[in-house]
Every structure is written in C-alpha cells, then in structure tokens.
Ligand binder design. Structure first.
Ligand code: FUL
Length: 512
C-alpha cells in the first residue's frame, strides 16, 4: 500500500520536476522513478493518458490527405527544379468537390499541402515568392489554402496542413534563416485560415541545394503551433501523433499508444539533430519495429508518453495524380481491408486522394470511395450485440454492462478493483451469422488490455474463434463466418482493470 501511495505521489510530482527541462506545452512525458519493479512500471504505463487534443484526433478515425500541386502537372512525385511554378494551372479546380466527397464517405478531416519538398507554396506567402503568386492559376491571385478552409467550413470538415520541413531548393536551407522562414510560414498558415486541426511535418528529409542539412529548431515551431492553434495535433515529426512506420495501410497487430520516451537514447528526428534537445528526440528508435510498447520495451524506459499511430496510405500507387495510374485505384474491397488494418488496429487512417490536373477527384477514385462507404455502411449498420443480454460476474458496482452497446465512447464498463481479467457472456436475440468483432477501450483513462479472445458456444461447448492483443481506441477482428447466439469475450491479460467502452458484432456486407 505504501509503495502504491509513493507511486501515486511520484506520478503527480514527476511531470512537475520534469517540467524544468521540458516545455510542458509541447510534450508532457511521465517519468519513471529509478528502482521500480516491472509490475510497478506497468502500473505507471497503464495510467499514461492522451491529451484532449489527442482524444479528439483519435475519434476522427477516417481522415483524408490531399497531394495536389506542381507535381500533379509535371507528373512527378518529387519536384525536380525550382522553376516549375508556371506549370501549376488547374483548369477546373473545385475544392468543394473534394470536401463534399470526403463528407459523403464519412471522413472527418482533410489535410492539404501548403508546401511540399520543392518549396512551392500553395498560398501567397509573404515570405516566399516561389508560390501560387508566380503561377498562371487565377493570374497569380489564387490561394488554395483559403479555398480549402472555406469548403471545409461549409461542410463541417476539419482542416489540416502539410508543411514540408525539407525544402530541396531553398538557397537558405541549412541556415538559421531557414528556421525563421519556416516559423513565418507557420504563423501565416496558423493565423489566416481559421481553425487548423493537424499540422503534418513530414519525416522525409535530405540536403538542400548547397549540400547542407537543416538543423531544425523544432521546439520553436511547436511553440508557435501551441500558441496559435492550441487544439491542433502535431503529427509525424511532432509530439502528438506518430507515423505508423509504413505507407502500406497496414498497421501493427499489437499497437500500443504508450511508448518509452527516452530523451537521450532515441534517434533524432529526421536523422539530423546535433542537439540533446527534447524536441528533437522523441521519435522511438525505430518506428518500423514491430514492437514499440510491450512490457519488454517499457520495462527499462526512463519515461513514457502517449504517442498514438496514424496510418497514411494513398488510394493510388503514388501520392500525386498520374494518369497512368487511373486503372490502379484501390478497389472498395482493398480500402475496406485497409480500414481493418488501420482504424481496426488502434490507428487513425489518413487516406490520400490526389486530385487530377483539372483540380478534381478523378471519377475512378470517387467510384471506389463510394463503394468503400457502401461496404462500411452495410457492414456496420447492424450491431448484432445491440439488444443482446450481457453478463459478467466481476463488474464494478455502478457500471452498467449495457453501456458496452450504447455506441457512446464516453460511457464504459469495468471490473472490480484489482481484477484484471474478465469474461463477458453475450446472448444474442437469435442465432446469427457474423465474422467481425469490434472492441473499444476507454482511452481517456489510458490503454490497458494486452490479450483477449472470443469464444462461441457450439454443441454445448465453448470454442475459441479469434484472439487479439492490444485494443486501444478501436480493435476489429475478422474471422471465418460463424453462427451462434452465445458469445464469450475473455479479457485474458490487462495492465489494470480493463475499461471497455463499446463492443460490436457484425457480418461483412458484399457489394451487390
Ligand atoms: C513522404 C513524402 O516524401 C511523400 O512525397 C509524401 O508527401 C508522403 C506523405 O510523405 O515522406
């Protein structure tokens, strides 16, 4: 008991002590005191919580990326020279068409390019002439970010911006002056276009034209964002949202949002930091590793942080539009699979749809997106667990087990104190066919579940049909179709009492 009180005290004061060298506005890791046992460390891990802005971001589930720019017109993925501004000339640009489609598909946010690696700005920056000002589009009077902000506002879609830290052709890249330019661009973007919900700093980074690499002053960038758009998450090369580590649409089966934060041992952002600076060093050693947050990974950590994953993937092979890829648009079924391997694996999906040279989503992309939406709607409209009878023998007093099927993330059910495992029996209204199980944790109190399984009653015997590891915000399991009216959810291992906010049972729909 004494030890527990000590941990609680440490949990409370450590962030304060730590705050002496960390800008608490930027990131707030929980430090692990020396000499704790593994169990005590796991207990601390179970109490690391997301910030409000991280919760709001996670609840978006499906978000959209728009790669539209000079490369669309030059048919490239990366700009090759700095004199392509004349190429940027959409004939039929209609940002409302993008946003309307996103809304119809159920997307909650659109992230647009303000500047890609070639440095061209898609808004009339006061600080950089290589921009829409130099293009024939609207006689140099266009502003793509303004159009995006207007359309997003109209349709109730959040707006995010991508501002590439790497600027391949800037003559001042690699100097302090570049940091100042970058800060000025951030200020413009975060003041002139209303609410910005995500700032996406790409990890791709190389040399400038003079062979120099930039030492980014990340902390100063982050401070500007916190000051001007306090609710915005900073993604990828930033403290709030982590790149999942691939661009395939496939996240980890075991996806922890609580990770070690070791300011002295971790690889530096964009591989170019010389400073032992907090802002430069919170990317875990290897983002592509399969295991980032298991007991094994955190047992030697000095501190922990809530750092959830985002899965970015393009609907086409490239990030930008290329006519030759018109026949290579991912099918509704492929997008549906990605839904399971991203949102269904405790991640937010950031799906890229690149507008074509007209400035419109291509017909093929729209067709696929609509099919995807149809599959989602038809599959998830009917939660077979709704109206079922639910039973467990170790529920905590005051927590209604019915809240598991109320489709509300804010309510949850949990077990009695110190009981980390549980069995929940679900009796359906009638014998039903299904092949998907959904479970959500109440992440506002942290991520806890480490192992769970699903059983069905057949011929009077319980038979395991699926199992999973982490849950987090949302976990979806797929399995060959079964038919029964009795299901058992077993939470087999958890870092604390499991807090479950929702469960669901579904049958995959087919397109026609
Ligand atoms: C990468 C970039 O190099 C690609 O062009 C694209 O923007 C993708 C989302 O991130 O790092």
């Amino acid at each position: 008991m004494k030890k527990f009180i000590l941990i609680l005290i440490l949990l409370f004061i450590c962030p304060i002590l730590y705050g002496q060298n960390v800008d608490k506005n930027i990131v707030n890791p929980v430090r692990i005191p020396d000499g704790l046992s593994e169990d005590e460390i796991i207990k601390i891990a179970s109490k690391v919580k997301p910030t409000k802005r991280q919760i709001k971001w996670q609840e978006n589930e499906l978000t959209f990326f728009i790669h539209f720019g000079v490369n669309t017109f030059t048919d490239r993925e990366w700009g090759r020279k700095q004199d392509d501004s004349k190429e940027f000339n959409p004939t039929n640009l209609n940002v409302e068409q993008w946003v309307k489609t996103i809304k119809e598909v159920g997307g909650k946010m659109m992230i647009v390019l303000a500047k890609h690696h070639d440095g061209f700005c898609y808004y009339p920056s006061k600080y950089n002439d290589y921009s829409v000002k130099k293009s024939p589009w609207k006689n140099g009077k266009g502003d793509l970010i303004k159009e995006a902000a207007k359309a997003c506002k109209k349709y109730g879609i959040k707006l995010g911006i991508y501002l590439s830290p790497w600027d391949i052709y800037s003559s001042i890249y690699g100097t302090d002056e570049y940091n100042e330019l970058f800060r000025n661009q951030l200020r413009e973007l975060l003041t002139n276009y209303g609410e910005i919900s995500e700032v996406w700093f790409d990890g791709a980074c190389g040399e400038g034209p003079n062979g120099k690499k930039q030492v980014y002053d990340w902390n100063s960038y982050y401070r500007i964002i916190r000051e001007l758009q306090p609710d915005a998450v900073i993604a990828v090369s930033g403290p709030d949202v982590r790149w999942v580590g691939t661009e395939s649409g496939i996240g980890r089966e075991t996806e922890w949002s609580v990770l070690p934060y070791d300011v002295f041992n971790q690889e530096k952002i964009a591989d170019n930091s010389q400073k032992e600076d907090i802002g430069q060093a919170f990317i875990p050693k290897d983002l592509m590793e399969n295991d980032l947050g298991s007991r094994e990974k955190i047992k030697n950590a000095k501190s922990l942080i809530w750092y959830p994953s985002e899965v970015d993937v393009s609907i086409r092979p490239g990030w930008f539009y290329h006519q030759k890829e018109d026949s290579l648009v991912k099918t509704p079924e492929q997008l549906f699979d990605i839904y399971f391997t991203s949102i269904g694996r405790n991640s937010v999906l950031l799906l890229n749809v690149p507008p074509d040279k007209r400035g419109l989503f291509h017909e093929n992309d729209i067709k696929s997106l609509k099919g995807f939406k149809k599959l989602l709607d038809e599959t998830f409209k009917n939660n077979l667990a709704y109206n079922s009878s639910l039973k467990s023998n170790n529920g905590k007093k005051g927590f209604n087990i019915k809240s598991l099927v109320d489709n509300d993330n804010k309510t949850y059910w949990t077990t009695k104190e110190n009981e980390y495992t549980t069995e929940i029996e679900i009796t359906l209204k009638k014998i039903s066919h299904f092949d998907i199980f959904m479970i959500q944790e109440n992440i506002s109190n942290g991520q806890r579940i480490e192992e769970f399984s699903l059983e069905i009653l057949q011929n009077n015997q319980w038979k395991e049909i699926a199992k999973g590891t982490t849950v987090g915000y949302k976990r979806l399991l797929r399995f060959p179709e079964v038919s029964t009216d009795k299901i058992k959810l077993k939470i087999l291992k958890s870092r604390e009492c499991p807090e479950i906010s929702n469960i669901g049972i579904y049958k995959t729909a087919k397109l026609n």
